[in-house]
Write a protein that binds this ligand. Sequence first.
Ligand SMILES: Cc1cc2nc3c(=O)[nH]c(=O)nc-3n(C[C@H](O)[C@H](O)[C@H](O)COP(=O)(O)OP(=O)(O)OC[C@H]3O[C@@H](n4cnc5c(N)ncnc54)[C@H](O)[C@@H]3O)c2cc1C
Length: 461
Amino acid sequence: MGTLSLAVNTGEHYDVIVIGGGPSGSMAAIAAGRQGARVLLCEQYAFLGGSLTAMGVGPMMSFHNRANQQVVRGLPEELIERLVERNASPGHTLDSTGYCSTVTPFDSEGLKIELETMAREAGVRILYHTMLADVILAEDSIESVVVCNKAGLTRYQADVFVDASGDADLAARSGVPFQYGRAGDDATQPMTMNLKVANVDMARLRQYVNDHPEEFPHGTPEMVNRSARVSLGGYVNAWRAAQARGEISVPREFVLFFETHVPGVIIVNTSRIQGLRATEPFELSQAEAIGRQQCVEIFQFLRRYCPGFENCVRMDTSSQVGVRESRHVTGLYTLTAQDLMDERRFEDVIALGGYPIDIHSPTEGITNTTHLRPDIAYGIPMRCLLMEKPANLIVAGRAISATHDAAAAFRVTPISMAIGQAAGTLAAVASQARVKPNRLSYDQVRPVLLRSGAYLDHVRF
Ligand SMILES: Cc1cc2nc3c(=O)[nH]c(=O)nc-3n(C[C@H](O)[C@H](O)[C@H](O)COP(=O)(O)OP(=O)(O)OC[C@H]3O[C@@H](n4cnc5c(N)ncnc54)[C@H](O)[C@@H]3O)c2cc1C
């Protein structure tokens, strides 16, 4: 048997290291950089955006609650303003499914460029093609991370680490306890391979919705006629018939799709892969293959049976299957669905949200939604980002300390970005104050967040 030799290079010391450049990690890195921290951002792909770019997710949903009050502002809102300025998004538009009040379509190439520009302006050092390999712990903290890329293994030290990997990879490697999916059976929301198609005849599609409203449980002709970009869930009769004939193996109730920034280009968010874990390499690989195969069925279905899609062309399936859920770390506080429904007031609120509890069934062909009060603005407490050990680790995005049900609400990209902004701000403030993040007073973080435009107060609109 050969000898295993693991040579590890030593890299520079940073104030803050962020693992994962998705919506939450990008915002965390930019926020920390703007506070003057020396930031290293490690991302496994060659671009930022995470689910919004690598997993083909869109639109961002939603910056508003159902009463159309904007509850996510700050850095995520600045991103949208910049995308609109560069003609890479129409901004917040009516959600024609009626699920939310608004959706925010965008051009994914434009998003990659804008996030990179904002990171560069904030002085963030980006390391692409770089994956977390290991962690070195010292006493109650993370001393350094070991990353893997073309240079082999390199060890980087920092004062504070932000885990924005979505799957809480860094936290898990650091021994932080977590709940996988939902309590009881550890089942997660399904994965979905998003399919992007172009050349959809939007006029014909709109006409079909007007003529056959009963086919569209998510969306009405009135909303479809008013919206700048169409979002819909439907073609339900054709879908059920195709399922009965064995042409469709996807365990879900209808076709769900969203027009992007580019008219006639549509994200089809319909495939559904259940029972596989995104953090198990072979299961993730299996999910990629199943998802792509389901997209073959979906594409054929669209062209054959869906008026408007007859001449559509396939652009791509996403670079990676979309992962809705995996680990939820157990932090200083675990957010519950009841907290959201009660609009519980936390004294350490760092972000607000208004999106409903949206659970794609882990085991069945249904989607369960709990709509909250229309003018809700539920709070996310700072303690959900922190844990007893490691003292210098902050978790951002969908993996923060919360139950399966609560995460099903705040997991969406606008709220994940707001959490990311808070995580980066907290990291920079802690590094500058030479205090471990979990010992930092909320009073030191709140004014900085407010100054950078974050929206925190449970105001009655
Ligand atoms: C199919 C699907 C549809 C969805 N639909 C919508 C929607 O319509 N609107 C909406 O707003 N939200 C939607 N969501 C939810 C939303 O996309 C995610 O919950 C959100 O992006 C979470 O952000 P994040 O930053 O926590 O994680 P992610 O977006 O997953 O980003 C994590 C980043 O970390 C990187 N990374 C992961 N592990 C490592 C590692 N070990 N080392 C280095 N880098 C790593 C990844 O490459 C990625 O860039 C959807 C999600 C899915 C899966």
